[in-house]
Design a protein around this ligand. Structure first.
Ligand SMILES: [Zn+2]
Length: 166
């Protein structure tokens, strides 16, 4: 059994030598360390039949947020729950808001956090009701326009009458 481990250690160190060109001293150290590591692993294996696997802290795989959006649902990428839309209150439960949630998952700022159907329905409603026409700035612009035209025509008429008099 230890011979197998030694063989494994030798192979591993040989691979290291080929890769890194180790000096004889380094070779000895590497062989010793590798063998010790293998021995430790073997001892653990024999002890409880389970080798404790220490998973290194791998950053979470980038989630494709597009997959979280379907026609009728939007899945919260934090907890995996599906909703019609991700409310501010829900995101708050995860210590996030719309902005930080988008940043975390690389979602464009303009992407609504709601089901596709909900989003397109909302767009439709918006386009039909034209809320911007109710905005004070838009109204002002609309009110100004005919006034300006009236003033111009008024002036033109006055000018015209003036010329006619002279
Ligand atoms: Zn959630």
């Amino acid at each position: 059994m230890s011979q197998t481990l030694l063989a494994m250690a030798k192979d591993l160190v040989l691979a290291q030598i080929q890769a890194q060109k180790l000096s004889p001293d380094e070779m000895h150290t590497a062989l010793h360390q590798t063998y010790t590591t293998l021995m430790t692993l073997k001892a653990q294996e024999d002890a409880d039949g389970i080798v404790p696997v220490t998973t290194p802290a791998i950053p979470p795989k980038p989630v494709d947020w597009r997959k979280s959006l379907t026609k009728h649902t939007v899945m919260c990428l934090e907890c995996g729950q599906s909703y019609k839309q991700l409310s501010v209150r829900h995101l708050k439960d995860h210590g996030l808001d719309g902005r930080s949630y988008r940043v975390k998952y690389g979602i464009p700022r303009t992407q609504p956090l709601s089901a596709k159907a909900t989003t397109s329905r909302r767009k439709e409603i918006v386009q039909r009701s034209r809320p911007w026409e109710k905005a004070p700035t838009f109204r002002k612009a609309q009110e100004k326009a005919p006034e300006a035209v009236a003033q111009k025509t008024g002036r033109a008429q006055r000018k015209g009458t003036g010329r006619a008099k002279a």
